[in-house]
Design a protein around this ligand. Structure first.
Ligand code: ATP
Length: 219
């Protein structure tokens, strides 16, 4: 599903932040990405939707190298990915429904199919009755669930989550992780960057551990 082969990343003003990373994530796997602040977790995730490109090495997605994918093909790659962020990144002037519909509208889905899929995604995260609300009228946990509905609405084959519970209290964090576990049980592949070692320890999943840009465990 996903493979990194000797991947390094250098930023002009930070030097090398990832060094020689190699690992494979199998279809249907759920894995965590951990490490201290600045270890390179976000950078590693950004190399998959090509928000950043590697300096050296290869990233393969579904068996194909993606590092040199032309810019015009990047949207097609991103349609296969679901991205979830710590700060939710919702549009505050649009309703819950419209936020979740966004990826489908960009991909050109018709109105009926969009509505059907949006409601199915909201149902999965337990927010069907709040589709007309605006994000700021929701709790942090609910806002993150909108972010998750938006990430799954187009049925991505891989979900990438960057500190998805970073702004949530322990109870809500556990709920979000449970939701991920449910997705995984129906075959979705997930890679989740997290600081929350206590929460992660409850899951029997692989832990890819980064230390100063190197993969020191789980590779
Ligand atoms: N766009 C950028 N330009 C220059 N340096 C960057 C850029 N993005 C990240 N860095 C640097 O790369 C290193 C790794 O950052 P990254 O955000 O990947 O780490 P992280 O493990 O996700 O950290 P955190 O847990 O604090 O989010 C840091 O030293 C950071 O300052």
């Amino acid at each position: 599903m996903l493979q990194f082969i000797n991947v390094s990343k250098r930023y002009l003003d930070s030097g090398e932040v990832l060094s020689n990373i190699s690992f494979r994530l199998e279809q249907g796997e759920m894995a965590f990405l951990t490490g201290h602040s600045g270890a390179g977790k976000s950078t590693m995730l950004k190399l998959i939707p090509l928000i950043e490109r590697p300096t050296r090495g290869q990233v393969l997605f579904e068996g194909k190298p993606i590092n040199h994918l032309p810019k015009r093909q990047v949207p097609y790659l991103r349609r296969k990915l679901g991205l979830i962020f710590q700060d939710y990144r919702l549009l505050h002037d649009r309703t819950v429904f419209d936020n979740v519909a966004l990826p489908l509208q960009i991909a050109g889905y018709g109105q009926q199919e969009t509505a059907r899929r949006v409601r199915a995604a909201l149902d999965k995260v337990g927010l069907l009755r709040k589709e007309k609300r605006y994000p700021l009228a929701l709790s942090g946990g609910e806002q993150q669930r909108v972010g998750i509905a938006r990430a799954i609405v187009h049925k991505p084959s891989l979900i990438l989550a960057d500190e998805p519970t970073g702004n949530l209290d322990p109870e809500l964090s556990a709920e979000i992780m449970e939701l991920f576990r449910e997705f995984n049980q129906v075959g979705v592949t997930l890679l989740i960057a997290s600081h929350n070692l206590d929460l992660i320890s409850r899951f029997a999943c692989r832990n890819l551990k980064l230390h100063q840009g190197r993969l020191v465990e789980g590779g």
